[in-house]
Write a protein that binds this ligand. Structure first.
Ligand SMILES: C[S@@+](CC[C@H](N)C(=O)[O-])C[C@H]1O[C@@H](n2cnc3c(N)ncnc32)[C@H](O)[C@@H]1O
Length: 182
């Protein structure tokens, strides 16, 4: 069981989850089986194929893709539209794979365009002895939190360290759960 820490924080009103970097859909499929509406984004065609084979709705999206002329995310309109339908957003072990510009634009976009009541779940794996995976700089440890913390319309529900995935016992995840008020 790997969602035991999450279930209590979900916005249950519309029973919907959008996962960015969904891989093969391991997190969202358990909710889909319970009747939730789910959608997974990933940039791996194999991940998309495997999700679709399990009848999990999925979109092939490279979260790093920027439109250089307008300095924005190529998938901006798509994500803005999806955020009107999904009131829980999972980002587990994906933001650290993005470059800083894409990560910044993505966090701004989801914070500004999400519906009131949306709950964001952000988890990134780290090794206490080595610091963040992918050499994510120590000085940036509070980077994600800093997008939400100054905003009065955001409420921190959880900021902790957990094992998001029982298969990787030696690696913990820093997990933040934030709700947009309203
Ligand atoms: C470490 S895996 C985590 C998978 C899942 N979120 C979990 O926690 O078990 C990272 C996932 O993010 C996806 N990913 C990495 N970079 C991405 C990008 N630029 N755009 C979309 N997906 C990306 C990978 O394909 C992979 O499925």
């Amino acid at each position: 069981m790997r969602d035991f820490e999450l279930t209590q924080y979900l916005n249950e009103k519309s029973k919907s989850i959008l996962q960015l970097g969904a891989s093969t859909g391991g997190f969202i499929e358990t909710y889909q089986q319970k009747g939730w509406s789910v959608l997974g984004y990933d940039y791996s065609p194999i991940s998309i194929k495997l999700m679709l084979e399990k009848n999990i709705p999925a979109r092939l999206v490279n979260l790093n893709a920027l439109n250089s002329e307008s300095n924005s995310l190529i998938y901006k309109d798509l994500l803005q539209n999806d955020m009107q339908k999904y009131c829980n957003i999972f980002m587990f072990r994906v933001l650290n794979y993005l470059d800083m510009k894409a990560q910044t634009y993505l966090l701004h976009l989801i914070i500004s365009n999400s519906l009131p009541g949306t709950v964001f779940f952000i988890g990134d794996q780290f090794d206490e002895s080595k610091g963040y995976e992918n050499a994510f700089p120590e000085t940036k440890r509070n980077f994600k939190t800093s997008f939400f913390a100054p905003r009065t319309d955001m409420e921190f529900l959880l900021n902790t360290t957990v094992h998001l995935n029982i298969e990787s016992h030696n690696r913990k995840d820093e997990l933040i759960v934030i709700r947009k008020r309203g």
